[in-house]
Design a protein around this ligand. Sequence first.
Ligand code: FAD
Ligand code: NAI
Length: 479
Amino acid sequence: MSKSFDVIVIGGGPGGYIAAIRAAQLGFNVACIDEWKNDKGGPAPGGTCTNVGCIPSKALLQSSEHFDHAAHHFGDHGITLSNLKMDVAQMIGRKNTVVKQNNDGILYLLKKNKVAFFHGRGSFAKAAEGGYEIKVAGAADESLVGKHVIVATGSSARRLPGAAFDEDRILSNDGALRIPAVPKTLGVVGSGVIGLEMGSVWRRLGADVTILEALPNFLGAADEGVAKEALKAFTKQGLKFEFGVKISEVNVGKKGRDAQVRVAYANAKGEALTLEVERLIVSIGRVPNTNGLNAEAVGLKLDERGAIVVDGDCKTNLTNVWAVGDVVRGPMLAHKAEEEGVAVAERIAGQHGHVNFNTIPWVIYTSPEIAWVGRTEQQLKAEGVAYKAGQFPFMANGRARALGDTTGFVKFLADAKTDEILGVHIVGPLASELIAEAVVAMEFKASAEDIARICHAHPSLSEATKEAALAVDKRTLNF
Ligand code: FAD
Ligand code: NAI
């Protein structure tokens, strides 16, 4: 006998569990199915984000930043340390604890909101009377029927052809988060978000890190000025970059402790080169998880990449089947997945849930941090939009000087006629937090002058935001 629900959510990552909670808040009878297992085989909801993504990567970035400060910056404050050591096992253990706290928190939230949680793989069986029959293959097999189904099955790391992940020498984001000792040499394929964050973690701890990138330019999605400033800082930290490479072969040497990974590639000049490293992280983007869904049983439409085809409202080609997060088009970000999950639950309830794609912030948690919202200068130029730019360096910000971190700047781009903010780009300390003000401003269609006229606490990094807004009108006060 099948159990019936108003809403069944397949996937318990940020898209899925948030959709389930919002649907429950709206009074629906909700099930959430997730197959992620912890090391004891038990449930570990939270998806990529909690288990092998946002949360553990930020935990390691924090640990490695402490180490870097102790090694290179404590002296400036008169603090002397001798015999500084890194206990990698302790760092990984702490990261695992942080992950578990999040898994447990999500289980608690689901329970509190009376969402029925099923641990196992969910797949479409057939269209049934009153909705869709969903099979759960797990510890105990179940059959559920849902009037509405929200698919939030996320994404997995894309493989480099000829270099299967063994999570020992050739690492996806999963293995990159649990390297047991600092490697002497580390290769990274792809200078995107994961490559930069994970490359930074292991570089700070002492690895000699080389990043191989196929494109000729660095961080093409970011504002050019920001990308240039960030590349300068990363290079100074000792990250080595090769752009415009074409990888032809990856081989893992004889097994054992000394096995080296050899990456044969052509550089931008077409010269044949080999990179030999202890471990290789492959971070070349992600692919949607639709293999286990049995989508064909109900005729759910996928595109050529395997992503679920949805319209602007996250509706699929099937009535009452929705899809959100990494498994559909758009940026692969946890907060984008969450916003879509909330909006879909509200649409099911007949409300007008909405996701504004123009104000989804991007953050890269390196040092300096990089964050932006809205359009870049190169996009505005390409679109022929008349704009004004204003920039303010952290070097001229008192709080940044007191913190000892003056790299970077805040940059505002505003419409030349109306002064409406079109984009804000930050590279520097706590850009991840500073960007929130810009998101709010853009969501309210604020002008640069609106921000320039707001009182910002002194001394604070946010004064750099105000000053950059003032710079749009060429009237900074402190620069
Ligand atoms: P997921 O989080 O992938 O969750 C999908 C869940 O569905 C998983 O638990 C999966 O096991 C489960 N599932 C799949 N198929 C089935 C099935 N058939 N039945 C049952 N369960 C199934 N984003 C940010 O915004 N900020 C960051 O700082 C950030 N850092 C990241 C760092 C790394 C290393 C990585 C890899 C990603 C990072 N991301 C970050 C991206 C972020 O993790 C994803 O955008 C986000 O997790 C997508 O959420 P989702 O719910 O769509 O999918
Ligand atoms: P990415 O899309 O950010 O970067 C991939 C890079 O690999 C690109 O620069 C691409 O040109 C390069 N590349 C592709 N094929 C290549 C090849 N054969 N050889 C060399 N280079 C190649 O993807 P990444 O870093 O894997 O991250 C996946 C996604 O996860 C991100 O796009 C982002 O959505 C999410 N994420 C978000 C984070 C955040 O918000 N802070 C942190 C980490 C991941």
